[in-house]
Design a protein around this ligand. Structure first.
Ligand code: GLP
Length: 257
């Protein structure tokens, strides 16, 4: 695991974009795992900027998103389908058929989850998975207590997550109680992980994930077992780490490893 502390959100986002773009240039048909939430928005803005200004090409990229609320149609403005379309996909040249998100309206959820796993395998597995982290240490919607070997499945959201995500809905009662999420094991199969976190509200979760014991109570702590993980943080999210971590690594160093 390589933990990189940056001064602020924009610097964190640019650093993350450098890694994604490097991988994309080396492999134009990159299989890219994507996340929703406020954290990766700066990364997506930077990717869009590079597409518009520098012609960064997404025409062969294949994407798989981590999760989706159960019961929200793709047209609902809080569905993750909608989020991805508005914040990334409609601004870049990725073909629609290369985009995969869990289907929150699936009738046969278990069947859908098996199909999603098989599509990831058929694509050759995920090369680089972008991750955020919940204040409770969840990754995707793998809530505390999740099995560390889990695959894509339906999960019940904790009260804590529903409260945290209520900020995007008119009322907490509108927050879906269930989600389809890649499992911890699915995420761990990705060749590289890129975990991003910013803000003081993530400091405890980051400390638990990076330096705490490996436990299903903090699903993000599984990254300690991953072979190639980048954790990119702003100062606030990294402020409770006790180890000493590089603050100003030259990106070329990162990319050469
Ligand atoms: C959500 C998503 C996660 C995301 C996390 C953090 O509930 N399911 O994939 O990483 O919570 O969200 P944010 O980036 O808005 O803090």
């Amino acid at each position: 695991m390589l933990v990189i502390l940056k001064d602020n959100y924009d610097a964190m986002s640019r650093e993350a974009a450098l890694i994604v773009v490097d991988r994309l240039r080396k492999k134009p048909n990159l299989v890219l795992g994507l996340a929703t939430g406020s954290t990766p928005l700066g990364l997506y803005r930077e990717l869009i900027r590079m597409h518009v200004d520098e012609g960064l090409d997404f025409s062969k990229v294949v994407t798989f998103n981590l999760d989706e609320y159960v019961g929200l149609s793709p047209r609902h403005d809080q569905s993750y389908q909608y989020f991805m379309r508005e914040n990334l996909f409609k601004h870049i040249n990725i073909p629609q058929q290369n985009i995969h998100l869990p289907d929150g309206m699936a009738q046969d959820i278990d069947g859908f989850c098996d199909w999603y796993e098989s599509e990831i395998s058929k694509a050759g597995g995920i090369d680089l998975q972008v991750l955020g982290i919940g204040p409770n240490g969840h990754i995707a919607f793998n809530e505390p207590g999740s099995s560390l070997g889990s695959r894509t499945r339906i999960k019940t959201l904790t009260e804590n997550t529903m409260r945290t995500n209520a900020r995007f809905f008119k009322d907490i009662l509108e927050v879906p109680k269930y989600a389809i999420t890649m499992g911890v094991g699915t995420i761990m199969d990705s060749r590289e992980l890129l975990l991003l976190a910013n803000g003081a509200g993530k400091a405890d979760a980051i400390r638990a994930a990076v330096e705490g014991p490996l436990t299903g109570q903090c699903p993000a702590s599984i990254i300690q077992l991953h072979r190639k993980t980048f954790v990119i943080l702003d100062r606030e999210a990294g402020c409770k780490l006790s180890g000493s971590y590089p603050g100003t690594w030259r990106s070329s160093f990162l990319l050469d490893r």
